[in-house]
Ligand binder design. Structure first.
Ligand code: BTN
Length: 261
């Protein structure tokens, strides 16, 4: 059951001033983006849905979102430079990893922002930014930060095998109320998102929780395939891959972990 708006509001967070709770929606990303354009909305909107019928994943993929998951989008109007926006997804991934580890699930972060438990995906993060160019260069209008966390559902409910996906229910062997998950996740998000400009601590966590560093990887990016050893994550959150042609820095892409070194 999705928590009601009043209950969510009762949680309080500096991240939002308004909460929209919906039983069913196409995508919470879309609702949050529409809120950005509403007159008087100065950012800080949390959208939570019980299920999504057109959930969006990274790289234009579909995101299965049946009942039982935590499907949320946060509309944030940050006052920092656009260059910091990509860090937000990784900050959010660190926050979710922190929460999962706190409840006893040893999640790791597959670059850039997939939360994995022994190779099975438990959560995805999607940030969509709106930029406009003005007299003083690019301005970051808003970011819609989407989080999809498999809570009280099974991989089969997502049309996936137990080798591809997992959930809190699968890992703990019991269900956890969605409101409790939200209540414990929000302060972690608040902390991490508050550190986006001073990324040092988050970067340390990203590196130590990485499921990608030290592995041989194949990265698909804009029609190009890069293979090599993942050797670093830099201050912009880019993945540094050592290839036979030297070091390559990737700020986006789809990573496949390869076997062996
Ligand atoms: C990924 O591809 O890993 C990112 C998935 C992000 C899914 C979440 S669920 C809530 C929000 N609404 C969407 O349509 N997508 C994001």
């Amino acid at each position: 059951m999705v928590p009601s708006g009043g209950e969510v509001l009762g949680l309080g967070s500096r991240l939002f001033r308004r909460v929209v709770v919906l039983d069913e929606v196409e995508s919470t990303q879309r609702v949050a983006r529409e809120a950005a354009g509403e007159e008087g909305s100065s950012g800080g909107v949390l959208v939570v849905a019980g299920r999504q019928v057109g959930g969006k994943g990274r790289l234009g993929r579909e995101w299965g979102s049946p009942e039982g998951g935590l499907w949320l989008s946060l509309l944030i109007k940050p006052d920092y430079a656009p260059v910091f926006a990509p860090r937000m997804t990784q900050s959010a991934a660190v926050a979710v990893a922190g929460f999962l580890r706190e409840i006893g699930i040893a999640a790791r972060i597959k670059w850039p922002n997939d939360l994995m438990v022994e190779g099975r995906k438990i959560c995805g993060v999607l940030a969509e930014s709106s930029l406009t160019s003005g007299e003083r260069g690019l301005r970051l209008d808003y970011v819609v930060l989407g989080i999809g966390l498999n809570v009280n559902l099974d991989p089969e409910d997502l049309g996936l095998s137990e080798y591809q996906a997992t959930s809190i229910r699968r890992e703990l062997g019991r269900d956890v109320p969605l409101l409790e998950v939200l209540a414990r996740l929000l302060p972690k998000l608040e902390d991490e998102l508050g550190r986006v400009e001073d990324f040092g601590e988050t970067l340390r966590d990203l590196r130590s929780l990485s499921d990608t560093l030290g592995r041989r990887v194949r990265v698909r990016r804009l029609g190009e395939v890069i293979e090599g050893l993942a050797v670093g994550i830099d201050l912009e959150g880019a993945l540094v891959v050592s290839t036979e042609n030297g070091l390559v820095k990737l700020s986006e892409g789809d990573v496949e972990n390869l076997r062996g070194l």
